[in-house]
Design a protein around this ligand. Structure first.
Ligand code: MOS
Length: 699
C-alpha cells in the first residue's frame, strides 16, 4: 500500500501553464533554439534497400557558395560505440534499408544544405533485398523477449484440444499495416560542441526524455554523461517516435564536430521521418477462440507474426492484451519475427497493446455474433477473477464498470444485433464496442528537488512535456505534497541540468516523476516545516514499488463507436466515438481528457486511414508525407467523447494515478471495425477499414 496524497490541486482542471507561450509563438522548440551563427545539416538517404556505398561524388557541389562540408562513410568520425546499429551513422558504407543515412551536407542555410544534398551523387553496389512480411516465411524466428522485457511465448492447458472439442470455435487471421508516427513537430536537433575541456556537447533535441538521450549519446561518442547536456522544454508530439534517440541525433552531433565552433541545426523533413524515426511493425494475428454455448471461453490464443529490421531487433509485444483480458483455462500467445531489409521499427503509441487489441476484440465480436450474445455481455461473462496467466490479483480492474457505463452513456440498450439492417438517408448505420487495456508502469529511477526561493517553491526534474500537460500536472502534485497553493509552485523540466527523470514512455511519466516529486516535497516538509527560508532545498527519489510484484496493474476502458457507411460509395464516417476509462485518479481533467480524446482520435485514424505502403521492389514507403499518408483531421473526429470512472487504487503511487497517454488508442480500431460490420454485414479483418474493402467484399 502506498500513502496516498491528500488532494486539493490534484483533480482540478488547471489550464496548461505552457499554453500562453505556445499560443503566442514564444515556446522554443528544438529547431527554434537561438544559437549564434548556426549552420544547417541535411542528410542524404540511401536510394537502394540493400547494398554498399561505392562512391560519394560531391563534384556537383562545385560553385555552390556556402557549403561547409559533406560527411560521408569514408570521412565520417569513428564513433566510440557502434553497438546500436541504428545509431552507427556513417561508420561504413553498408546499406541496410532504403532511407538510411549515407551522407550529409552542412551549409550556411537550410535551403542550401537541402539543395546540395540533392546534388551529392552516391553510387551503390546493390544486393538482393527482401522486405515482404508473410506468415509462411521459413525464416520466422522467436525473439528472446518482446518489448520491453516480456516472455515471447506463454500458454496453459491445451488450446488444440479445446478447439477440437468446444461447441463453438473461431479461427481467423487479422492484420494491421505498417504505421508511422506523425507528430506535428518533425524531429529536430540543434547541436553545439563547446571548445573548453575534453569536449562538451549541448543538444537541443525534440525528445521524450532528455536524460535518456544524454545516456545514449554519451555512450555513442565515448563521453561521460556530464559532458553532454540535453535541453528540451517543449515537444510537438512524440507518441514514441521521440522516445529513443534516432540516427539524426548522432548525425547532428557529428556534423557539429566537423565544423568547430559552429552550432548545427538538423530538422528532418516529414518524408525523412518515414525511414529514420521508427514505425509500428505490420502484424499478422491468428486468433483462436473456443467457447461454450453460454459464451464462456474454453480457449483463447493469439499467434503473432511481425517484422523487424535486419540490423536491430524490435519485437512488438502484440500478444500482451490476450494474456490479461479474458478468463479461459486453455491459452496461448506467441510472437514470431521476420528480420527484413526495412527501417528499424520502434514505439508507436501503445506498442503491442494497440495492434494487439485489434485481432482479439474483433474476434470477440465475431464470437458474440456466432453465439447470439450481446458483445458487451460476452465480455462481461469472461471477466477473470485474477490475472489469467500470472494468477496475481488486480490492483484494480474496472473493465466491466467501463462497459456498463459506456453502454449507458452511448445508448447501447435495445441495439438490434442483426448487421446491415439500419439505413438512414442512404447511409448504413451500425454500432460496435471493444475493450481497452494498458499496463500501469512506474519506473524505478527518477529524482526531483524542491527549493524555496524568492517566496515560492521551485521544483526541478528533467522530465518531458510532449503536449501532455507535465508542466501543469507536476505543479499540482507538488502543491498538494507541500500543502501549498499551486500558484506558489514553479516547475522546471526538460533539461539534464535538472535531476534524472525517466523517459515519457509506456504511460509511466506522471506515475514516476510525480512519485519523485512527492518524495522530494515530503522530505522538504520533514526538514523545514511549512515556513521555509530562502535557499532551503531537499530532494527525493522514486524507488521500486513493492506492490508491483504482488498485483497486476492495468488501466482499462471500453469504447463504443457509431459508424455510417454510404450504401453507394462505401464512404465511412464515425459520427460518434465514446470511451469510458478506469485509469486511477485523474490529476487534471482538462489535460487528461485531451490525452484520452487524442488517443481515441489516433485510433480512429488507424481504423479508417493510416497505412504505410512499402513498395516491395524498392523497399520505399511510397506514401511518405501527409498528402498520401492520411491521418484523421478535425472533420473526421467530430463526436469523440472521453469519460472516466472514479477509481481508487492504493497500490500504484502516491497520487493513485494510472497512465493515460496510451490507453485511449487501444481498442478503438476494433470498435470501429465492429461497428462497420454491424452497419454493413461485411467483416473487415485487415486494417484500415476503407471503402474498397466494404464494397468489394459486399459485391
Ligand atoms: Mo509511448 S509509444 O510508450 O512513447
Amino acid at each position: 500500500m502506498t500513502e496516498l496524497l491528500d488532494t486539493r490541486a490534484v483533480g482540478t482542471d488547471l489550464p496548461r501553464r505552457d499554453g500562453p507561450a505556445k499560443v503566442a509563438g514564444a515556446a522554443t522548440y528544438a529547431n527554434d533554439t537561438h544559437v549564434d551563427h548556426p549552420v544547417y545539416c541535411h542528410p542524404v538517404l540511401a536510394a537502394v534497400p540493400r547494398g554498399r556505398v561505392t562512391s560519394v561524388d560531391t563534384g556537383g557541389l562545385r560553385g555552390l557558395d556556402g557549403v561547409l562540408t559533406v560527411l560521408t562513410p569514408e570521412y565520417g568520425e569513428r564513433l566510440a560505440s557502434t553497438e546500436d546499429a541504428e545509431l552507427a551513422v556513417l561508420q561504413d558504407g553498408r546499406v541496410a534499408f532504403r532511407g538510411q543515412v549515407v551522407a550529409a551536407v552542412v551549409a550556411d542555410t537550410p535551403e542550401l544544405a537541402r539543395q546540395a544534398a540533392d546534388l551529392v551523387r552516391v553510387d551503390y553496389e546493390r544486393q538482393p533485398h527482401d522486405v515482404t512480411l508473410s506468415a509462411d516465411r521459413p525464416d520466422l524466428y522467436a525473439p528472446d523477449k518482446v518489448n520491453p522485457a516480456y516472455p515471447t511465448d506463454t500458454g496453459a492447458g491445451d488450446v488444440d484440444a479445446a478447439m477440437r472439442d468446444a461447441p463453438v470455435t473461431l479461427d481467423q487471421t487479422y492484420t494491421t499495416p505498417m504505421l508511422h508516427n506523425n507528430p506535428l513537430e518533425p524531429h529536430a536537433t540543434t547541436a553545439l560542441w563547446e571548445p573548453e575541456g575534453p569536449g562538451h556537447l549541448t543538444l537541443w533535441d525534440s525528445t521524450q526524455g532528455v536524460h535518456p538521450v544524454r545516456e545514449t549519446i554519451s555512450t555513442v561518442f565515448g563521453l561521460r554523461a556530464q559532458q553532454v547536456r540535453v535541453v528540451c522544454p517543449f515537444v510537438g508530439g512524440g507518441f514514441g517516435a521521440k522516445g529513443t534517440a534516432h540516427a539524426h541525433v548522432v548525425l547532428a552531433a557529428m556534423a557539429a564536430r566537423a565544423v568547430p565552433g559552429r552550432p548545427v541545426k538538423l530538422a528532418l523533413t516529414r518524408q525523412q521521418m518515414y525511414s529514420l524515426t521508427g514505425y509500428r511493425t505490420p502484424t499478422i494475428q491468428r486468433m483462436r477462440l473456443a467457447a461454450d454455448p453460454d459464451g464462456r471461453l474454453r480457449a483463447i490464443a493469439i499467434d503473432v507474426v511481425e517484422q523487424t529490421s535486419r540490423i536491430k531487433e524490435f519485437a512488438e509485444q502484440t500478444g500482451l492484451p490476450t494474456r490479461v483480458m479474458y478468463a479461459a483455462p486453455n491459452r496461448r500467445t506467441t510472437h514470431r519475427l521476420a528480420a527484413l531489409d526495412v527501417p528499424v521499427p520502434s514505439w508507436m503509441r501503445a506498442p503491442g497493446e494497440c495492434p494487439g487489441m485489434f485481432g482479439p476484440e474483433v474476434a470477440m465480436d465475431e464470437l458474440a455474433a456466432a453465439l447470439g450474445i450481446d458483445p458487451v455481455e460476452l465480455r462481461v461473462r469472461n471477466e477473470p477473477e485474477v490475472a489469467p496467466e500470472s494468477g496475481l490479483p488486480f490492483s484494480s480492474r474496472n473493465v466491466v464498470g467501463c462497459l456498463r457505463e459506456g453502454a449507458e452513456r452511448f445508448g447501447w440498450a435495445g441495439r438490434d444485433p442483426r448487421p446491415g439492417v439500419r439505413a438512414e438517408d442512404g447511409w448504413l448505420v451500425g454500432t460496435g464496442v471493444a475493450a481497452s487495456v494498458y499496463p500501469t508502469f512506474r519506473q524505478s529511477r527518477s529524482t526531483a528537488t524542491v527549493r524555496f526561493a524568492g517566496g515560492r517553491y521551485v521544483v526541478e526534474i528533467g522530465a518531458a512535456d510532449l503536449g501532455t500537460g507535465t508542466w501543469t500536472t507536476l505543479a499540482q502534485i507538488a502543491a498538494d505534497a507541500l500543502g501549498a497553493p499551486v500558484e506558489g509552485v514553479e516547475v522546471r523540466i526538460g533539461d539534464t541540468e535538472q535531476p534524472f527523470a525517466s523517459v515519457a514512455g509506456g504511460s509511466s511519466g506522471m506515475a514516476t516523476w510525480g512519485s519523485a516529486v512527492v518524495e522530494a516535497a515530503r522530505a522538504f516538509r520533514d526538514k523545514f516545516g511549512a515556513d521555509p527560508s530562502d535557499g532551503d532545498e531537499a530532494d527525493g527519489s522514486v524507488g521500486e514499488n513493492p506492490d508491483a510484484k504482488r498485483y497486476a496493474s492495468y488501466a482499462f476502458g471500453a469504447q463504443f463507436a457509431e459508424v455510417r457507411v454510404h450504401a453507394d460509395t462505401g464512404e465511412v464516417r464515425v459520427p460518434r466515438l465514446l470511451g469510458v476509462f478506469a485509469a486511477g485518479r485523474i490529476i487534471n481533467p482538462r489535460t487528461a481528457r485531451s490525452q484520452l480524446i487524442g488517443g481515441m482520435t489516433m485510433g480512429l485514424s488507424m481504423a479508417l486511414h493510416e497505412q504505410s505502403v512499402l513498395d516491395p521492389r524498392t523497399g520505399h514507403v511510397v506514401n511518405h508525407d501527409l498528402a498520401e499518408y492520411h491521418v484523421a483531421c478535425c472533420a473526421d473526429a467530430t463526436g469523440v467523447q472521453a469519460h472516466w470512472l472514479d477509481e481508487h487504487d492504493p497500490h500504484l503511487n502516491p497520487m493513485g494515478s494510472k497512465g493515460i497517454g496510451e490507453i485511449g488508442i487501444v481498442g478503438t480500431a476494433a470498435a470501429v471495425a465492429n461497428a462497420a460490420y454491424h452497419a454493413t454485414g461485411v467483416r473487415v479483418r485487415d486494417l484500415p477499414v476503407t471503402a474498397d474493402k466494404l464494397l468489394v467484399s459486399a459485391g
